[in-house]
Design a binder for this molecule. Structure first.
Ligand code: SF4
Length: 207
């Protein structure tokens, strides 16, 4: 009963956030981006390294699958953070783009191999919205002159991603089936909860 009410509280907060996100002014965001300044230096640092991790939504995964003819499990993997249930199955939330040798697997020879279908998180980097406020990740391209049209495009994508992220969270919570917690196990079976429900995958041993 307590979980149900906490889920409802979360859903109600997310619906409020959604209203606020829909009311975001892209003109204001674009003006802020222009003031900060940004020009991609094509260093690829956002696609490489241990810290890079791209959260990707199911519709973005399907778009990549359509463009590459790859399989779901070749494109994405579950995050390492999660909990085990009483049957030893690992549960986690949302997907990350797969990595190879510490880099995004789509990064090669200083370019993105899926540039036209790259996730919104990549198209808006290094900017993101934190509770509606514009924030930036570390990036050597910041502080450089940006054309107004480019700033407006990033602002529009930031708003779009913010709305999508909240809608995805609402859909995830509405479909989420809670489970009895258990101890870490070595079975390798993982359930990823996302806006489409549950995906079962075999993954590397975690405990
Ligand atoms: S999808 Fe493309 S832009 Fe995004 S991290 Fe991978 S290589 Fe970089």
């Amino acid at each position: 009963m307590r979980r149900k009410s906490s889920t409802e509280e979360l859903l109600s907060k997310l619906r409020e956030d959604l209203l606020a996100a829909r009311g975001l002014s892209t003109e204001r965001l674009a003006a802020q981006i222009q003031e900060i300044g940004f020009q991609c230096q094509r260093c690829g640092e956002c696609c490489r390294g241990e810290d890079s991790s791209v959260v990707v939504f199911p519709f973005e995964i399907r778009r990549i699958l359509g463009a590459t003819a790859m399989d779901w499990n070749d494109v994405v993997e579950p995050p390492q953070e999660g909990e085990w249930d009483s049957d030893g199955v690992f549960h986690t939330l949302e997907w990350r783009l797969k990595k190879e040798d510490g880099s995004c697997k789509f990064y090669a020879k200083w370019r993105c191999k899926i540039y036209g279908t790259r996730p919104l998180l990549c198209s808006t980097y290094p900017f993101y919205l934190d509770s509606g406020a514009l924030s930036c990740s570390e990036c050597r391209g910041l502080g450089r002159k940006i054309q107004p049209r480019k700033a407006q495009k990033i602002a529009a994508l930031l708003k779009e991603r913010c709305i999508i992220e909240i809608c995805e969270a609402i859909a995830l919570l509405e479909k989420y089936e809670d489970f009895e917690r258990g101890r870490p196990a070595n079975r390798g079976l993982c359930i990823v909860h996302d806006s489409e429900g549950e995906h079962r995958v075999i993954t590397e041993l975690r405990s």
